[in-house]
Design a binder for this molecule. Structure first.
Ligand SMILES: [Zn+2]
Ligand SMILES: [Zn+2]
Length: 352
């Protein structure tokens, strides 16, 4: 069965939907807005219960983090956040969804490991939904359509069956590059075996084995709290970064440059930029924007020769776009910027 078949269900993602004839939308309980009259909101109770248990366990994990966990676990926690976000942002997002750079086999294996560690479903499923998100941003075909509210874009979309348009457009999206990639298809095929070991057994066992953390503390901090935090950070790109912030590159689209994500320095905060230039490996602009963890890691691997063909929008291209469609919030470009102050121009010396 081809992986993109409607009968194939992701671990967390729900491709199945039901079309009802002459049935009104029944989604007012969470304030959703559907444009399709044929759409009935159907909860996925398995995921609702899973996420409820996860968040309660994660809160207990936060408590243990501050009251019981050793400093080694604190350090390990930070490292695992970076690992998970590198697997999603660097791997599933920039490498495999957007082909923003190329990676040699060792780097692909590292990214695939990090991606499995983050547990946001297989790269294949993630990329399919993300490409549909870019192509049909903020429409019914967008899996995390922000027009349906912050909560839906954040986690709600995983708690109900997909909109029929998402399924239909998901089938049309080109995934031939992934289907040709044996590593991606291997991860997809064996995800239910790989994920529990890499994402839960490993991070729970390491603190217990190497520095004597208790099972209770290790599980709640390193598995529940760690997984929950990584997911919420990534989900914020779909929710907050489609709701709050400025649009310096294109004011006509929903995605924004979101301050909390920018502050985290993980490289996914410049979402207005990313939707304008999705193939830029930095997912952000150069200059003051460049010190981002994931971009820095890709740059490090590029120095080793493991990452190559890094694609970037040129300064000129960005400037033209900012002038044409930006909302005016873009900071000063440099010489020739339309916002450059006259006193700065007059006070500048141009030699030779
Ligand atoms: Zn987006
Ligand atoms: Zn993207």
């Amino acid at each position: 069965m081809p992986p993109n078949s409607s009968a194939t269900t992701g671990v967390l993602y729900e491709p199945e939907t039901k079309l009802l004839e002459d049935s009104p939308a029944m989604d007012k309980d969470i304030g959703l807005q559907n444009t399709s009259k044929d759409y009935e909101l159907k909860w996925v109770w398995r995921n609702i219960i899973l996420f409820a248990v996860l968040h309660i366990s994660a809160v207990y994990g936060v408590w243990l983090f501050f009251t019981e966990a050793s400093w080694r676990t604190h350090l390990f926690f930070l490292v695992t956040q970076a690992i998970g976000i590198f697997g999603i942002s660097g791997g599933a997002h920039r490498l495999w969804s957007h082909r923003a750079f190329k990676a040699n086999l060792p780097l692909q294996l590292i990214l695939l490991f990090c991606n499995t560690f983050a547990f946001q479903d297989s790269v294949y499923v993630w990329v399919r939904d993300h490409r549909v998100h870019h192509k049909y941003t903020e429409t019914d075909a967008d899996p995390y359509n922000a027009k349906r509210g912050w909560f839906f874009a954040h986690i709600g979309w995983l708690c109900c069956k997909k909109h029929p348009d998402v399924v239909a457009k998901g089938k049309e999206i080109d995934l031939s590059d992934l289907k040709r990639d044996p590593l991606i298809m291997f991860q997809h095929k064996y995800y239910l075996y790989l994920m529990p070991i890499i994402s839960f057994v490993l991070p729970t066992a390491i603190p217990m084995y190497f520095w004597g953390e208790s099972l209770n503390c290790s599980w709640h901090v390193m598995s529940m709290f760690r997984w929950c935090l990584t997911m919420n950070i990534i989900w914020m790109v779909n929710s907050s970064a489609h709701k709050f912030g400025m649009k310096p590159y294109d004011k006509n689209i929903g995605p924004t440059n979101e301050n909390v994500l920018i502050w985290m320095r993980l490289g996914e905060g410049y979402h207005n930029y990313h939707h304008t230039f999705p193939w830029d490996y930095k997912a952000s602009e150069l200059g003051p924007y460049s010190w981002e963890l994931i971009t820095w890691l890709i740059d490090c691997f590029a120095k080793l020769g493991w990452a190559y063909d890094l694609k970037s929008a040129s300064e000129d291209l960005i400037r033209q776009r900012v002038q044409r469609t930006g909302d005016g919030s873009h900071p000063l470009w440099g010489w020739g910027d339309k916002d450059q102050l006259m006193e700065d121009i007059v006070g500048t010396t141009i030699s030779n």
